[in-house]
Design a protein around this ligand. Sequence first.
Ligand SMILES: [Zn+2]
Length: 717
Amino acid sequence: MKTSRNIKNKQTFRRYMQEKLALTVTVIMLALLALVGVLYFQIKNQGAEYNQIVLSHQDYESRTIPYKRGNIIDRNGTYLATSQKVYNLILDPRQILNTEDDYNYLEPTLDALSICFGYDKEALRELINRKSNSSYVVYEKKLSADVKDAFENYQSEKNDEYIKAPVEEGGRNRIVGVWFEDEYKRFYPYNELACNVIGFALRDNNASGGVEQYYNDDLTGVNGREFGYLNDEYNPERTVKQAVNGNTVQLTIDVNVQKIVERYLNEWQATVGSKVAACIVMDPRNGEILAMDTTTRFNLNDPYDLSMYYSPEAIAAMEASDDTNAKTEAWYAMWRNFCVNDTYEPGSPQKPFTVAGAMEEGTISGYESYVCGGKLNIGGWDIRCVARSGHGPLDVTQGLMKSCNVVMMNINAAQGAEKFLKYQKIFGFGEKTGIDLPGEADTSGLVYTAESMDSASLATNSFGQNYNCTMIQMASAFCSLINGGSYYQPHVMKQVLNEQGAVIRKNDARLVRETVSENTSAFIRNALYQTVSGVGGTAGAAQVPGYEIGGKTGTAQKQPRSAKNYLVSFIGFAPAFDPQVVCYVVVDTPNLPGEEQAHSTFASGIFAKIMTEALPYLNVFPAGQATLPVDDALAQQNEGIIVNETEPEVQVPETMEDGSPVPPPVSFDEEFIDSGQEDYNYPDAMPTGLGMEEPIEETQENADAESGAKEAVLQAE
Ligand SMILES: [Zn+2]
């Protein structure tokens, strides 16, 4: 019994012990698990902080090594945009306040900062004491290398002196806890020059507009990082992942040609001036843009400064206004690149395209004769020619030379809408050129289709009214017209280079399509040479001494017609029989009343000045004194047409309202609009987008770019 009872007791005891043990183990396990969990979350949430503490105890930390944004250079390697290394001054209060081993850091460091930078010592002392637990206080940003070097030299010399000095004479003084962090600052050496093409990237590589925006991916690099850590022996070590700098974008732009263009657009703006004037200089042999300028310029180093266009009161009013977009809209208006972002009715530069298309289709041979009676009744409209009393009999070349609307309307009536529109498409009107700049205006809804075209619009389209284009469309199409028919995609980027200067991408001439035959191109070259140099041509003001120049004037009436505002233009090329340079000048709404705006010489005069300087610079050789083939028949037709004799009807005030000098007297035959003349009777109708092949992409960029064009359409409706 005893035995069995003892056994029973033993068994009970053992079970009791086992249960207790299991409970204890479970409790310990749970406690351990909880501890691991807490530690895990601590490390996970505050790992960075722990690392920082550990590293900063060792005076080691992890820091970003900023990349350098790539340069933008012109075709000859001149810097248009670059990034300069600047330095942020960092204070380490914890180190400065350290007094271990009787070292004295605070006073020597305060003295050095005060001597080298002129900082207020007491303000610094207050800051260092207030941030005594910190090792990283950014005290001043974007210091130059000179200032930084001066401090570092002073620091090292002074510390050498301290080290050599006996303790009682400052032997334990040291300048410590001041270091410099690299940063880059974007810099544009030419300020305003080509601003609308270059764009800017001042804030943390955030690019706005132009090449900076379009080629942002090429220009952007990758930040590097420097890590501090403790190795196996608990010694601090550093590992550096170097930054990868951005690539250099080399443009087709030539700074010197750009400067020439800027000078003469400025000269125009300082005299008569206009709402805006713009110019594109292009190489017709490959689509390279040599210069592109718009008179609404701004300083790339200070792109938010509106003071060039608004008074301080007006800027203050914008800031006070409830309209939070007021300032943004003012900025966007200033940053626009008219050459690419804006659309307009081109006027007479369309005429050689009308002729070329009709020749390609065999509608005309180029040797037809027409009689201009001053107007043509089409679709119920009496649509007028530039010459009130008519040009009389003219052949096709003379039609271009005189810029006769009646000849063009007759050609378009003969070929019909389908063929005309086929060539509008071939020449790229209504289609983006794909130029490598942001915000190219979409004109697909601003040209007619076969369905939307009526006879009056076909007539006015023949001389460049009632449809819209952009300057870059016109310039690119024109290049193909006179270069033998090769349409090259316009572009501003020549190549992309890596940091070592090796070419990693080239933007060679890209032939998009053939537009016209060499025969047609040769006919147009000659006709446009006659327009500038022939007797009675309308573009004598575009002549450049020593050079054979070809070109076409334009005086387009703007929408709404009743406002009597004009866009005058000239597109020309040299040498006339071997084109190497095309220059297109547009003057939108000269600062003159009504028809006094409508003188093509405003634009052809600017063209001549630009080309007179640009051609020799570009190594285009003069042709010598070319003798002009004089056409007797044409010479006789001059009488009673557009010649100087009819000019006095234009009333020119002695000085402008603002006191600036009056425009120069008209000394050549030109395309101009006689103020005494009855209205042109150009319809206001514009294509409304019906029958569009592709919907307009509704991006903000497009909306911005097209707002002007849309207004015109609305006004017409
Ligand atoms: Zn005419």
